[in-house]
Design a protein around this ligand. Structure first.
Ligand code: FES
Length: 116
């Protein structure tokens, strides 16, 4: 599967709340600040497809707003609940701009969140 880097926004313009929900190349993406920089995750809970960006981020983990599963922002690993890990996308900061590497193929239904 091929992938392409997409410019997202200036690092300095990243929301103070530490997370951003966006769409890139048809994917719903949660970008969150981490201890080391930023991480980009598929914005879809692996339990029942809720959009995770509506959840709170505490101590490096995002909590699903629907049933409370927790996923480590840095890795996408499920740490609260027995669900699959989130898909993580490569992210870099280049000349002050956050860029995310997205698959060129759009997501299937099993990777698209159910929107509230
Ligand atoms: S949909 Fe996320 S925990 Fe159930």
């Amino acid at each position: 599967m091929t992938a392409t880097w997409h410019s997202l926004l200036a690092e300095a313009a990243f929301p103070e709340e530490g997370k951003l929900a966006t769409q890139i190349a048809g994917w719903h993406v949660l970008v969150a600040r981490t201890d080391d920089g930023f991480a980009a995750l598929n914005d879809r809970c692996t339990h029942q497809a809720a959009q995770l960006s509506g959840g709170k981020i505490r101590r490096g983990a995002v909590m699903c707003p629907l049933h409370g599963a927790r996923f480590e922002v840095e890795t996408g690993k499920c740490i609260g609940g027995a669900y699959a890990d989130l898909r993580k996308f490569d992210l870099r900061v280049s000349d002050g701009t956050i860029e995310v590497c997205m698959p060129d193929e759009p997501p299937g239904l099993n990777e698209t969140p159910v929107l509230a």
